[in-house]
Design a protein around this ligand. Structure first.
Ligand code: ADE
Ligand code: ZN
Ligand code: ZN
Length: 274
């Protein structure tokens, strides 16, 4: 996601953190965050080039197929295993579990900022895309009149267009609308999104990656070719309306809730006994 996508994910997370988890998160946040997780959820993008090793940790790619397998798909260009978004989430989760132990040699402030960012990215469908087109980065398209690429449309353009067209350019109204869906339309689903601590399969990051590649195949790549023009609600294919309704809001809500559940399970002992 772009800055706004990550901000929305973490805003939702903040609302679902337990008291103990909130205390630990605020304790770990850097001073610039001003006590707000959402303020630093794009930090990983800012250090992507300073920490060059971290660049492949934002995504994973498959060899053109619609399913995800850790062994086959989770590695960097040198084929070092686990150097992908799934491995990164597992790694930073494990690091954060050392919080409060005197032996923690990790920079847990960075671990938290990485984890919050990658939990967002793994839910952006095209962050688990095809290797050949780099998750849509090499598929040039027009979004309305503007030239861009398919990956950027999903990271940034659809969210921005929706915010302008439907939410009067007010990100708070958009976030509130997503939250209303969480307690309304998706109320039945959230039980699933909150079961990370119950050792169910939905708690594994590889499941989120499988969901993303499935959505990429069904919606993001569907009917899109080099130089396609994509537009919103007026187009025949209704690319925006369709993708927005089905994928984007729900993926952002899922990412926010699952991150909260994960942080609760890391920092709040009472969550592990459920
Ligand atoms: N670079 C290569 N593949 C990518 C992907 N799926 N998402 C983002 N950046 C990438
Ligand atoms: Zn991206
Ligand atoms: Zn990223």
């Amino acid at each position: 996601w772009g800055k706004l996508g990550h901000f929305m994910v973490c805003k939702i997370t903040e609302k679902y953190l337990s008291e103990n988890a909130t205390r630990a998160v605020v304790d770990l946040l850097p001073p610039v965050a001003g006590g707000e997780l959402a303020a630093v959820c794009s930090w990983a993008d800012e250090v992507r080039f300073r920490y060059r090793w971290s660049s492949p940790l934002h995504y994973a790619n498959t060899p053109g197929v619609c399913d995800f397998t850790v062994k086959r798909d989770c590695h960097n260009a040198k084929r070092t295993q686990n150097m992908c978004v799934v491995g990164a989430i597992n790694n930073y989760t494990a690091q954060l579990r050392t919080y409060g132990k005197s032996s923690s040699g990790y920079n847990l402030t960075e671990s938290l900022m990485f984890l919050a960012h990658f939990m967002g990215d793994i839910h952006q469908p095209l962050h688990v895309g095809f290797l050949d087109d780099e998750g849509g980065n090499t598929i040039l398209v027009r979004w309305y009149r503007r030239k861009t690429n398919l990956h950027h449309v999903w990271d940034v353009s659809m969210i921005e267009t929706a915010m302008k067209d439907f939410y009067n350019t007010d990100e708070n109204i958009m976030i509130e609308s997503i939250e209303r869906n969480i307690t309304g339309n998706w109320a039945d689903d959230i039980v699933d999104w909150e079961t990370c601590n119950r050792k169910t399969v939905t708690c594994a990051p590889s499941t989120y990656a499988s969901e993303s590649i499935d959505l990429s195949c069904k919606y993001a790549y569907k009917d899109v070719e080099q130089n396609s023009t994509l537009t919103g609600i007026c187009s025949r294919k209704k690319y925006l309306l369709f993708s927005i309704d089905i994928s984007i809001y729900k993926r952002i809500a899922q990412a926010g809730l699952r991150l909260a559940t994960l942080l609760n399970s890391i920092f709040d002992p009472s969550f592990n006994s459920i």
